[in-house]
Ligand binder design. Structure first.
Ligand code: NAD
Ligand code: FES
Length: 293
């Protein structure tokens, strides 16, 4: 059992939880993820790691209450326990194992969309701890949905905000802000690391391909076991089939078949909708089983 030692609201329906999981915290590296199982009947929910504290033995996760299982997780409070907390899973980010002197030569831009700001934070912190300033873009639909702004600002060289409705920062999507930085403000980048909704990563990659900037994306396809056994998370990268859970989750974005990945992501939408409709009618499976703690 894994204790929730802290829970914070970040934005409407988005919250951060610190989980006591010393072994996971001790070996976590930027780019990796965990699978959380709330209770005996819970689904396996893959979540990117938002932070880890090796001394406290805690790992932070950010959950957006969207589907039946994440809404159920949202009902857990400080002092409650999750049944399982498996990780760290997946490969660490590429730069972690590169020669640090080579990494220092690169101008890096992180592009986070919505909840994607959470997995971007430990990566930006890694660069900061290694004495490297990176630029960061955080985009969201509106000001209220920008998360972790202060935390990221503390470790980023420059933080740029974009909102789709223009309520805060740049008026437009993250792709508009990338173009503005590169074309109007003379910024030069050797590497873009983009994490957020699949559709955002697709359009970031289309743009950076035109701009000639290498781009890494963190894919979040449907996952089941998270250990390379079931094949649910398969994606096509450079005409090869890869499993996001063991080969990724980070890949060269210019090689990813995003259209196929987007199609696979919606494969179970109708089942999810039925489950949510049942939930509205108070017969959701997790409620039938006694509800959240
Ligand atoms: P969102 O839909 O509000 O989008 C966030 C930002 O992405 C927008 O403000 C915009 O700047 C940009 N964006 C969106 N569509 C775009 C497009 N077509 N072209 C250019 N830019 C675009 O984000 P949200 O509601 O927070 O997204 C939640 C999604 O993010 C979920 O599906 C979740 O699974 C996913 N997510 C992915 C990861 C990951 O590891 N890749 C991590 C966390 C969340
Ligand atoms: Fe089963 Fe990746 S989630 S192979």
């Amino acid at each position: 059992m894994y204790k929730i030692v802290k829970k914070r609201d970040l934005a409407p329906n988005i919250f951060e939880m610190d989980i006591l999981a010393p072994r996971v915290a001790n070996s976590a590296q930027p780019g990796q993820f965990v699978i959380v199982i709330a209770d005996e009947e819970g689904e396996r929910i893959p979540l990117t790691i938002c932070d880890y504290d090796k001394e406290e033995g805690t790992v932070s996760i950010v959950v957006q209450a969207m589907g039946c299982s994440t809404k159920k997780m949202a009902a857990y409070n400080e002092g409650d326990y999750f049944k399982d907390f498996v990780g760290p899973l997946g490969q660490p980010s590429e730069y972690v194992n590169e020669d640090i002197e080579e990494v220092k030569k690169k101008k890096v831009l992180f592009v986070a969309g919505g909840v994607g700001a959470a997995p971007v934070y430990p990566q930006v912190r890694w660069f900061h701890e290694n004495g490297i300033d990176v630029d960061v873009i955080v985009g969201a639909k509106t000001k209220d949905l920008i998360i972790l702004e202060d935390k990221i600002k503390n470790v980023a060289g420059n933080l740029y905000i974009a909102t789709d409705d223009g309520s805060y920062g740049f008026n437009g999507m993250v792709t508009g802000l990338i173009e503005d930085l590169v074309k109007n403000q003379g910024k030069k980048y050797d590497l873009v690391i983009s994490i957020g909704p699949m559709i955002m990563m697709k359009f970031v990659c289309l743009l950076t391909k035109k701009l000639g900037i290498k781009t890494i994306v963190s894919l979040n396809p449907i996952m089941v076991d998270g250990t390379g056994m079931c094949g649910a998370c398969r994606v096509s990268v450079g005409n090869e089939t890869k499993f996001a859970c063991v080969d990724g989750p980070e890949f060269d974005g210019h090689l990813v078949d995003f259209d196929e990945a987007l199609k696979r992501q919606t494969q179970y939408k109708s089942e999810e909708n039925i489950l949510n409709e049942k939930r509205e009618g108070h017969v959701c499976r997790c409620q039938q089983q006694g509800g959240a703690k």
